[in-house]
Design a protein around this ligand. Structure first.
Ligand SMILES: [Fe+2]
Ligand SMILES: [Fe+2]
Length: 217
């Protein structure tokens, strides 16, 4: 028998108030980590000014990526039709908050600042997350999986260019990479659709633009 597709889940006022609170906390308050920071037991290395600025630029990019992750997971939570999916992704979303805390601290230790463009990345990612969610859970999850894979590729490239002696930044990036791959696998397990190749290419171009701007500003 013909079965109508499930309607999008419309967020309640409670949801909206909760998410608005999360927005303010994400952008304004320091994030905290339940797990120990991956670099907690590692000593600060000798870095010259150029190396320090480069490492800080990469950590700023990673921090902006985590701001986007907050927005995408919120979009997912606001629109997901299947409560089991929402629940399953809650743990991944919590790990994204920890990534935010790790990168925030590392930027501070390197004597630099977070991207001034973060509110813009946040708003854009939330709009994309909600739109993907309205199209359907499979597409929302597909978008999440592809984002996690692209973030993973960026993290891998950072490991190739971070100063070799900066073991603290490397430990943070390595653990984030492992977590992001776990998030991508989870989204696939939950039924993520494989996105069309042109959409993946657009996502890649957008993230290249975002990373080069966040590195500088
Ligand atoms: Fe992350
Ligand atoms: Fe992730």
């Amino acid at each position: 028998m013909f079965k109508l597709p499930a309607l999008p889940r419309l967020p309640s006022l409670d949801d909206v108030v909760t998410e608005f609170d999360t927005v303010l906390r994400t952008l304004a308050a320091p994030a905290t980590s339940g797990r120990a920071h991956p670099d907690a037991q590692i000593d600060e290395a000798e870095l010259d000014e150029v190396e320090k600025r480069h490492a800080a630029g990469l950590m700023r990019v990673n921090h902006s990526g985590e701001i986007c992750a907050q927005a995408l997971y919120q979009g997912q939570a606001l629109t997901a039709r299947d409560p089991a999916n929402r629940e399953a992704l809650r743990h991944a979303a919590q790990e994204e908050v920890e990534h935010l805390a790790w990168t925030e601290r590392r930027i501070d230790e390197l004597g630099s600042h977070r991207s001034v463009l973060n509110p813009l990345w946040y708003a854009g990612s939330l709009a994309i997350g909600v739109t993907a969610g309205l199209v359907g859970d499979r597409w929302n999850l597909g978008f999440l999986a592809e984002t996690e894979r692209q973030v993973g590729a960026h993290l891998q490239s950072h490991l190739g260019t971070l100063p070799p002696q900066d073991a603290k930044s490397r430990a943070v990036v390595e653990q984030m990479y492992r977590d992001e791959m776990g998030h991508a696998d989870l989204a696939v397990e939950l039924g993520a659709a494989e996105l069309p190749r042109p959409l993946k290419a657009v996502m890649g171009l957008t993230s290249t633009l975002m990373t080069s701007l966040s590195y500088r500003f």
